[in-house]
Design a protein around this ligand. Sequence first.
Ligand code: MN
Length: 410
Amino acid sequence: MALTTWVHVPEGSAFGVHSLPYGVFSHGDEDPRIGVAIGSYVLDLAPLAASEWADFASVFTAPTLNPFLGLGRQAWHAVRQWITERLTDESYRALVEPELLPLDQVRLHMPFEVADYVDFYASEHHAANLGRLFRPDEPPLPPNWKHLPVGYHGRAGTVSVSGTPLVRPCGQRKAPDDAAPTFGPSARLDYEVEVGFVVGTPTRLGQRVSVDQVRDHVFGVVLVNDWSARDLQVWETRPLGPFLGKSFLTSISPWVVPLEALEAAMIDPPAQDPRPLPYLAGKDNFGLDVDLEVRLNGQVIARPRYSEMYWTPAQMLAHLTVNGAALRTGDLFASGTVSGPEPAAYGSLIELTSAGAEPLTLADGTTRAFLHDGDQVTISATAPGPDGTRIGLGEVTGTVCPCLPASPPT
Ligand code: MN
């Protein structure tokens, strides 16, 4: 049932009473702590919980969501109910209203400490598009692609909050016709539109997470921009996968939307042929009906749909743990670039421009094969909420800055 809140939520706000995403904020020179977004405000949870002697109050004074994430699914649900009640029942208004701070008066920080970071490759359209561009002489999908969700371990320490400047990376690159590689700034800087899943409940070494257990372990989702230096990536990736072409920065949205807020967005998983091995099947396997949008310097250039992803988040987590690898609170696994079958739904520039061969023309008349210094890329998303409402997932943004000095340190 659709709820109403006594908080004024402006028309078109991403964060109505059905979203209630968690983040880390600071106000003035006070220490960072946990808040929930509602309309144009952040609800300061620590003083509110302390004033009611709530037994979970201490986790909200932490500078990261990790202690809260570690409490587990029952606590996530209880806290969400507690907050919902206080924002919908008018009798709490006098108690709660003093703890609402205008969002434009707070600073948002990295919402959780990333433990391990994995990036998947779960869009068939993206994988096939990149296969055609990177390996034109081979079938677009590698032989394993429809049997397992392909992924790699990325660099957790460079996952950063939205707004962190993207410094153009330098590295080795070699065009096919070049005799030898050269060192210098990436000339093929790109973004990747992705959805990330945040793990709350850890596991022991040797413990597998089945498809049906995903909601016990995944707390929520963030929007991810997996910035990519295509020239570095193409030269380095074979045989062991992405390395410096990806690790310089990965940006995430500051608000973590609980999986519980996305129940109305859960849809049947896509048809999979061939049928995956039994450990990748389950009754609680769901896709997500999330509509993404990417803007370059304010102009919408694509609208990828998460509903068309081939592998589901539950299958990604089941595969990630099937060898006994343990999960830690704060693990982040991202979906891989979300791309649909048509260019208007492509989730990266390399797809939109056919690897730079067909540059995009922007509204101001300039063209882009890849990102220029000063370019700003913003990814936002919405999903169905209860009773025809929309759930906002917020946005992740970043601006390209000129590179570090081109000569390597001596
Ligand atoms: Mn990626």
